[in-house]
Write a protein that binds this ligand. Structure first.
Ligand SMILES: Nc1ncnc2c1ncn2[C@@H]1O[C@H](COP(=O)(O)OP(=O)(O)OP(=O)(O)O)[C@@H](O)[C@H]1O
Ligand SMILES: [Mg+2]
Length: 415
């Protein structure tokens, strides 16, 4: 931004507005005006079209929130920063939902406010650049969704494979799942495909990897989902580096609408790179205290990298029915909204046994409905009945493990 950012100050108390105005003036911002809540704020915003709005969020909360909503509708590209003396986490959450980009505690310090303004403006610039890049770019750039979690066994692979299937079958988008589980990649097992080629076949100088070479390592599953499997032997990962992942993902985004990266329950440089290249990180967490604490640490880690927080989509997955933490409690503990909540459903483990996503084996189950709705929500495609739902293939978990197919073992019941 070439000129000094233009800021509008909104709040019920003229005295506190003046304090903010003084702080901003010394820090080189152009204050375009001050106003109270409601129509006053809206008129000021209309007249001056500020780059940023700083609003004091105080009681009556509903008036403050209505003002935030009106301003974010009116100026969708001007970030709003709230500051408040209310110590109620609900006020913060509601403000975020109404459209504020940052929430500061009053009394606000000058450096805090300046940092916040600079951060939200940078975010907005990046967002604009991305939007412009997508509109003008010569090659289609697919969305990279990294499925990440603080530990193992929380449903990351289940979500990756089902989301991929739902995106392909319901929203008609092309999707590739890349198995980055550096210990025991099991996308191939969950999708029941043989693995002869894998990501380890691309352990060559990065610049030599071409789109054609990547395509040769990809399997297309009967659901239509493309899969780039992990090597069968975990030791083969030794020759694959973070740079390979970045190159491969970049090439895949030129071909596919969605590139879904499934990560292991451990942390390493490949996982770090897969977070960096993500358009969106689905942070998976189960509803037990240990998982919540680990998730909080993961959020802190990402924050310490200055990872854009708006990319993180918190997803709760109930991997067992002994739910001991309520969703509201999850939001309170993690200090952020839950993007999606997947219910516990025994059909998921039955589908795992069949090597088919539950969205195919039991499309009417509650887990499948939730996963399909998530795909609609992510793609922005409106929900409609699909005729392309395919029948599950009947091959069993034991067959895949033992490699000897027989009709009896293939008839694993789905309940
Ligand atoms: N919502 C759910 N309801 C019931 N069972 C579930 C649910 N989500 C996942 N599971 C089961 O939990 C187990 C672990 O799932 P999954 O393999 O997807 O986890 P993961 O996070 O990928 O694990 P890892 O980190 O070891 O790769 C599987 O047996 C799966 O069937
Ligand atoms: Mg997994």
């Amino acid at each position: 931004m070439g000129r000094n950012p233009r800021v509008a100050i909104i709040g019920q108390e003229p005295v506190t507005r003046d304090e903010i105005q003084k702080m901003l003036a010394v820090s080189g911002f152009a204050v375009v005006g001050e106003a109270g809540y409601g129509i006053e704020a809206v008129s000021l915003a209309k007249e001056t079209e500020p780059d940023v709005v700083v609003i004091s969020v105080e009681e009556p909360l509903i008036r403050a929130l209505q003002t935030v909503e009106a301003l974010s509708d009116l100026l969708p590209h001007s970030p709003i920063i709230a500051y408040s003396s209310l110590r109620d986490p609900n006020a913060m959450r509601k403000s975020m939902l109404a459209g504020v980009s940052d929430f500061l505690m009053a009394p606000v310090k000058e450096d805090e406010l300046v940092n916040s303004i600079n951060t939200v403006l940078q975010q907005e610039e990046r967002r604009r650049a991305r939007a412009a890049g997508e509109a003008d770019g010569p090659v289609a750039a697919g969305t990279v969704i990294t499925i990440f979690g603080a530990k193992g066994g929380i449903g990351k692979t289940t979500i990756a494979t089902n989301l991929a299937t739902a995106l392909v079958q319901k929203t008609n988008q092309s999707v590739v799942v890349v198995d980055l589980d550096t210990r025991f990649g099991d996308v191939a097992i969950l999708m029941d495909i043989p693995v002869e080629r894998s990501i380890a076949d691309m352990a060559m100088p990065e610049e030599e990897i071409t789109r054609e070479i990547v395509e040769e390592c990809i399997y297309v599953h009967s659901t239509g989902v493309a899969i780039l499997p992990a090597p069968i032997r975990p030791t083969d990962w030794r020759s694959v580096h973070a740079g390979h992942i970045e190159r491969i993902v970049n090439l895949l985004t030129q071909t596919y609408d969605y590139v879904i990266l499934d990560t292991p329950g451990t942390f390493n440089d490949i996982v770090a790179r897969s977070l960096e290249v993500a358009t969106m990180v689905m942070l998976v967490c189960t509803v037990d205290m240990a998982s919540l604490k680990d998730t909080l640490l993961a959020i802190d880690m990402l924050r310490s990298w200055n990872f854009p927080q708006d990319k993180i989509k918190l997803t709760i997955n109930a991997t067992n029915d002994a739910i001991n933490v309520q969703p509201a409690e999850v939001k309170r503990m993690l200090g952020r909204d839950v993007f999606w909540s997947i219910p516990y459903d025994r059909n998921i483990s039955a589908a795992t046994q069949l090597g088919m996503p539950v969205v195919v084996t039991k499309p009417d189950s509650k887990a499948a409905s939730s996963l399909v709705e998530m795909a609609y929500a992510l793609s922005g495609v409106s929900q409609q009945k699909s005729s392309s739902q395919k029948e599950p293939t009947k091959s069993g978990f034991l067959n895949r493990i033992l490699g000897s197919a027989s009709e009896e073992t293939s008839e694993v019941s789905v309940e």
